[in-house]
Design a protein around this ligand. Structure first.
Ligand SMILES: Cc1cc2nc3c(=O)[nH]c(=O)nc-3n(C[C@H](O)[C@H](O)[C@H](O)COP(=O)(O)OP(=O)(O)OC[C@H]3O[C@@H](n4cnc5c(N)ncnc54)[C@H](O)[C@@H]3O)c2cc1C
Length: 320
């Protein structure tokens, strides 16, 4: 889409590398070709296994049990997005229905609407999301819709609005980096369902989003987090950023309780230390477990977020 704030030296190189990775994340040809490639596939899989629970629901279930035993809640996402085949979008939905049935108590389910039909049309996404909402309602689990690129935000919010007319357990994810979020948040606070606050992983033009390095992004995140905390609305502070976590914890008085409407949430393996510290302060905590074969976009976005992870990826790719 566009480039972000200019920077200097190694910071500039890291920033450029991050943009390349975010662009690769959205490359739908590479997403299929790399995992299938005889040489690249096995190497990329070794890199991916640091971030994903495995390729099957059974792998996710096993990981979920371990996290629950450690005292954190779990969210499970079956990865995939931009599915343009209506038949496949509906078949993929069945995996979420299995997850709704099989996941232990304490697990919620997340999904990209474009995985289950939004890349075809809104009606299909709504029909499939309604089936998952009905299944999760029946088994007493929360369901949270992920945030995708800004070109899909209107459609994602529209499907969520319709789901909220029938269900009160369907949450939504908002991106602090998008300027529109201040308005969206006002509207979302009037709907039921958990609101997950993230910085936002996608490459976006500066006309509509803060750059990752812009201090205004952290300020916006804290502002929205405080609005959510003060509202009493179910919410999730989904970040690995220690500074933000400490500031939100401070705003919450440095202590939580089991039935608090908020939770601190981190991605699998990326913030267990953050979760342990916040759990120690009494806050509800949740780890986000991803599984499936469509890990390309997810892994590219994680590598883009921290230059250290790129070096780690090189080491992981060479491991046995
Ligand atoms: C539970 C959960 C759900 C999510 N769902 C979505 C979603 O639906 N849609 C979406 O778009 N995104 C989603 N994300 C991803 C999110 O948008 C961010 O891209 C991701 O979490 C990274 O941002 P961060 O807030 O964790 O902090 P970061 O900006 O990654 O910072 C975390 C830490 O990394 C280190 N760090 C960061 N940058 C550098 C650097 N350049 N050099 C050295 N160290 C660095 C710092 O120590 C910092 O404290 C989700 C994240 C979580 C945790």
């Amino acid at each position: 889409m566009t480039t972000e704030l200019p920077a200097t030296g190694t910071t500039a190189l890291a920033s450029q590398a991050a943009q390349v990775l975010r662009r690769l994340a959205l490359d739908e040809e590479l997403k299929w070709r790399v995992p299938d490639d005889q040489v690249l596939g096995p190497l990329a899989r070794k890199v991916a296994r640091r971030f994903v629970a495995g390729e099957s629901l059974t792998d996710a279930l096993e990981r979920a049990q371990r996290i629950l035993a450690d005292g954190h809640r779990v969210n499970v996402e079956y990865m995939g997005e931009s599915c343009r085949d209506p038949q496949r979008a509906t078949t993929e939905t069945a995996v979420f229905l299995d997850a709704a049935r099989l996941l232990p108590h304490g697990c919620s389910i997340s999904l990209d609407l474009s995985h289950i039909g939004l890349a075809v049309d809104e009606e299909l996404a709504l029909a499939n999301a309604s089936r998952i909402a009905a299944a999760t309602a029946e088994t007493g689990r929360e369901m949270v819709i992920s945030a995708e690129g800004s070109d899909r935000t209107d459609a994602v919010l529209a499907v969520h609005r319709t789901l909220c007319e029938r269900f009160d357990h369907v949450g939504i994810t908002v991106q602090a980096r998008l300027h529109r979020t201040s308005e969206d948040l006002r509207e979302l606070l009037a709907r039921p369902g958990r609101i997950r606050l993230v910085k936002g992983a996608f490459l976006e033009p500066q006309t509509i989003a803060y750059a990752r390095e812009d201090p205004a992004l952290a300020a916006a995140y804290v502002d929205y987090a405080e609005q959510l905390a003060d509202s009493g609305h179910p919410c999730s502070f989904a970040t690995h950023d220690w500074d933000l976590i400490h500031r939100i914890d401070h705003h919450l008085g440095g202590k939580g309780h089991e039935t608090a409407p908020w939770e601190f949430e981190t991605l699998l393996g990326l913030g267990p230390d953050r979760l342990d510290v916040m759990a120690g302060h009494g806050h509800p905590t949740r780890e986000y477990v991803v599984f499936g074969t469509e890990w390309w976009l997810y892994v590219c976005n994680r590598l883009a977020e921290d230059p250290q992870r790129l070096l780690q990826a090189l080491v992981d790719a060479a491991s046995t």
